[in-house]
Design a protein around this ligand. Structure first.
Ligand code: ZN
Length: 310
């Protein structure tokens, strides 16, 4: 069995002729790249992996162009956790935590708090936001609560993460499509609806029963079929998921210029170099004396209203 084949992808699947659908995501190399420069303690790392998969699952259920941000805020030792996924499945994530107090399960780590899901559309810049309180004993349970309250779509979610990988799967009971116009429409729809309820119940129980190890390693097709036993399951072509942080040397240079030359030179004098670390990927951007010189020489050249043309 080659588990790698179904890694760093998100898969949609459906039960044919049923109003039940699912999504499956598994991360390997993308997960390692995401925290390449970070060093998270195991409990934070696991929660971060689960949240990243949750963001991918959310993004995969929606039609949008832009960025989806899942933010978990609470009064536990994991104060803040942010996972982002674009419409084309570029991911990044960050956690802020109190290392001295990392004990217990999800609720001990997150405390009382909330999950905020924000969608920023790239074309119009419009923002949509949904907020739910943390519920149940897992991030998956909170996510189920989110789907139930924001989309009114019954959803079962399963998430798992470890050092080398992270995975997530959900099954949703979609609203019936309707569209039957004949006399027997009502009877047909009622029967179809009962069937979908039954399928969703079975799928939810199967998904909940999946071990973390299976979710992290078994082939996607097998997992989808196990959630929809005895049914004609269609697994759609996978879409690639990859880590990509939006930070860059140009953005960091912009931040330093906005701080101002005097202050940057002060830090340089004190520390011998100015280091700015990206909050998301922990990549350090280091500026020595020569770099700082160039930074402000260039700023002078391009600053608006400057009469100088170099
Ligand atoms: Zn970055």
């Amino acid at each position: 069995m080659n588990a790698r084949a179904d890694t760093d992808v998100v898969h949609r699947f459906v039960a044919e002729r049923q109003d039940v659908r699912g999504q499956f995501v598994r991360l390997g190399a993308a997960w390692l790249a995401l925290r390449e420069h970070g060093d998270y303690p195991a409990p934070v790392r696991e929660l971060l992996g689960e949240a990243t998969c949750a963001a991918v699952l959310l993004a995969s259920t929606l039609k949008f162009e832009g960025m989806l941000t899942l933010q978990l805020q609470g009064n536990g030792p994991v104060r803040l956790l942010v996972a982002q996924c674009s419409d084309d499945f570029r991911i990044r994530a960050v956690a802020r935590y109190d290392a001295a107090r990392l004990e217990g399960g999800f609720r001990e780590l997150a405390g009382d708090g909330q999950i905020t899901v924000t969608i920023e559309t790239s074309r119009t810049g419009a923002r949509y936001q949904g907020i739910v309180p943390l519920a149940g004993e897992s991030l998956a349970a909170s996510l189920e609560h989110y789907f139930a309250s924001s989309d009114q779509v019954p959803t079962v979610v399963r998430l798992a993460a470890e050092d080398a990988g992270a995975a997530g799967m959900l099954v949703q009971r979609m609203p019936s499509q309707g569209g039957v116009q004949a006399e027997e429409a009502e009877a047909t729809e009622a029967s179809r609806s009962r069937e979908a309820d039954l399928t969703f119940g079975i799928a939810g129980a199967a998904l909940t029963g999946l071990g973390a190890d299976e979710l992290l390693r078994r082939p996607a097709a097998e997992l989808a079929q196990r959630c929809l036993p005895g049914l004609d399951v269609r697994l759609f072509e996978p879409q690639a998921v990859r880590f990509e942080c939006r930070c860059s040397a140009e953005r960091v240079a912009g931040v330093l210029r906005s701080i101002g030359e005097a202050e940057v030179r002060e830090i340089l004098a004190e520390q011998g170099a100015v280091t700015v670390t990206c909050e998301f990927c922990h990549r350090p951007y280091r500026y020595d004396a020569v770099d700082v010189e160039q930074l402000f020489a260039a700023a002078g050249a391009i600053s608006p209203g400057s009469p100088r043309v170099n």
